[in-house]
Design a binder for this molecule. Structure first.
Ligand SMILES: Cc1cc2nc3c(=O)[nH]c(=O)nc-3n(C[C@H](O)[C@H](O)[C@H](O)COP(=O)(O)OP(=O)(O)OC[C@H]3O[C@@H](n4cnc5c(N)ncnc54)[C@H](O)[C@@H]3O)c2cc1C
Length: 503
């Protein structure tokens, strides 16, 4: 299998080069993070006449948004039955109709700005291969229709195998996320609005009527701040570290000309399998996804790519070529509903949008619309169900306990010298915990035999990092921070690198 992990979206778009932020700047709104949430929010705020400054730690749209599968849909697994059970029909309607509105808004922005991003209307389907799951899917269709969503039941599909049935939503869409967002970013710059790259935010301080947003090389003074860093980076408010965990998933970009596919699909059963197509330069690709697991918890992550590849061999009868493979992670909130709105108690002017449970394309637009309305002093009709300060513990207390227990276990593990392995035991291609100079550290030996050693205590909250062999990174099972084999930051919530130990 191809030994190079980079998404189709990154491979088919240019890299960006915005300036690094240095010095001091006053603005109305500082947006931290340049993924789909940050860019969309900054765009809507600018349209509303607000001065906005977006600060990105690396390059815009190279985080999880660059590694998504980019289905734009309000059908988020079999979810309307669950949300109706937990919160009632009105809340289910609020969630679904907000996402439908978001799909229409994305289309409107693309048309208004004439953005060429392969936007295409599609059906989205959650299918089952098992007779016993049909009643559940019929019920989902019934509930979705009753709250005004474009749902119907289907018994056949263009997938390369027979299905028993599926929930199908009409008028959904797909696009090339980087083509869309890089074009949108260009609309943000100018008229006292800015985008800065390589400008990691490391701290936030209260300031008279606003905030001081502190980066490595400067300070932005802002009346309002939007934290769009995927996992929120400020732990002292909101307690998001108790309310979410990260899960990774994998994708392959294939060509299989004998198996034309129409629509977007995901299995109801696990292990999840996801399908959609994407045309690039006249070539039709199939994006096959799946193999989700909690970040930092799987020993052999390369197996996830292998499993998808083996699955492709079966469904495409061996007649396909592999062109791309990539993986990413998303945040899973306690009750599967994103946290959007005011960041925490007593944090007026500080906003957050996170916890999209792998449905962030439309939900990011929901977030951008709600937060823009809040900043403009308007009440958004959908805001309550997404409120970042809601916390009805009743349906989710067990999982809250689960997140805290997981963190405690990993914080303790980081302090135990519970391995006997040493440098001499390290095999080519292996990354693991070893004892080095009397301390437990993380060590990786590359294909040439070169060894990289890092501290294995996450700088976020002190959990023990685990090696991700598919992506050659050190990942935190508690909250999803990730580091390179040299200890540099790949992913928030950490804002500090781990120590790279010279041999
Ligand atoms: C495999 C996979 C497939 C998916 N497929 C779909 C799909 O088909 N449809 C769908 O709706 N959703 C899908 N999702 C979910 C969706 O991709 C995500 O919800 C969405 O991309 C998250 O966007 P974001 O802007 O929150 O995060 P990101 O894109 O990760 O952006 C966060 C940004 O913040 C920056 N940052 C972090 N810390 C700092 C700091 N201290 N200072 C400044 N900047 C910082 C990061 O560098 C990054 O650029 C999928 C997710 C996965 C994992």
């Amino acid at each position: 299998m191809r030994n190079f992990n980079r998404s189709l979206w990154l491979e088919t778009t240019p890299i960006t080069s915005y300036e690094t932020f240095r010095g001091e700047l006053k603005t109305d709104v500082a947006v931290i993070g340049g993924g789909i949430v940050g860019i969309t929010t900054a765009y809507l705020l600018k349209k509303a006449g607000v001065r906005v400054t977006l600060l990105e730690s690396n390059r815009i749209c190279e985080g999880n948004t660059a590694n998504t599968t980019a289905k734009i849909t309000s059908l988020h697994d079999v979810f309307y039955t669950k949300i109706t059970e937990n919160y009632g029909k009105d809340s289910a309607a609020q969630y679904g109709l907000a996402n439908e509105k978001a799909i229409r808004k994305i289309r409107e922005i693309i048309e208004e700005n004439k953005i060429e991003c392969d936007f295409k209307e599609q059906i989205n389907v959650i299918y089952t291969l098992l007779e016993e799951n049909l009643p559940m899917l019929h019920e989902e269709v019934r509930i979705a229709r009753s709250i005004g969503l474009p749902a119907r039941f289907i018994e056949e599909s263009s997938l390369p195998f027979d299905i028993k049935g599926g929930v199908c939503f009409d008028n959904q869409a797909q696009f090339h996320p980087r083509k869309y967002l890089l074009a949108l970013a260009k609309k943000i710059e100018g008229e006292e609005c800015h985008i800065f790259e390589n400008s990691r935010v490391v701290n936030l301080e209260n300031e008279d009527k606003g905030y001081k947003v502190i980066t490595k090389e400067g300070t932005v003074y802002a009346s309002n701040v939007v934290v769009a860093t995927h996992f929120p980076i400020f732990d002292r408010y909101g307690l998001y570290f108790t309310k979410m965990h990260a899960e990774r998933s994998y994708a392959l970009g294939l060509t299989a000309p004998d198996f034309p596919l129409d629509g977007m699909y995901k299995s109801y059963e696990n292990p999840a399998r996801s399908f959609r197509t994407q045309e690039v330069n006249g070539q039709q690709y199939i994006i096959l996804g799946g193999e989700g697991h909690r970040t930092g918890e799987k020993d052999n992550t390369q197996e996830c790519y292998n499993n998808l590849f083996e699955y492709a061999k079966v469904v495409y009868d061996g007649k396909f070529d592999l062109h791309f493979k990539w993986s990413a992670q998303d945040m899973i909130p306690l009750d599967d509903i994103p946290y959007i709105g005011q960041y925490g108690k007593n944090t007026e002017g500080l906003y957050v949008a996170t916890g999209f449970k792998k449905w962030g394309m439309s939900n990011s637009m929901v977030a951008a619309m709600i937060i823009t309305d809040e900043i403009m002093g308007k009440i958004n009709e959908h805001r309550d169900i997404f409120s970042a300060r809601r916390f009805d513990l009743a349906p989710s207390i067990m999982e809250l306990g689960g997140n805290v227990k997981e963190a405690t276990k990993n914080i303790i593990a980081a302090r135990l010298n519970n391995t006997t392995k040493t440098l001499e035991d390290l095999k080519i291609g292996e990354g693991t915990h070893i004892i080095y100079n009397g301390e437990k550290v993380g060590a990786y030996k590359d294909e040439e035999g070169k060894i990289y050693i890092v501290d294995i205590v996450c700088k976020h909250l002190g959990c023990e990092l685990h090696f991700n062999d598919a992506e050659k990174s050190w990942d935190c099972p508690c909250h999803g921070s990730r580091y390179t084999i040299r200890g540099e930051i790949i992913e928030a919530p950490t804002t500090e690198p781990i120590k790279f130990i010279q041999l």
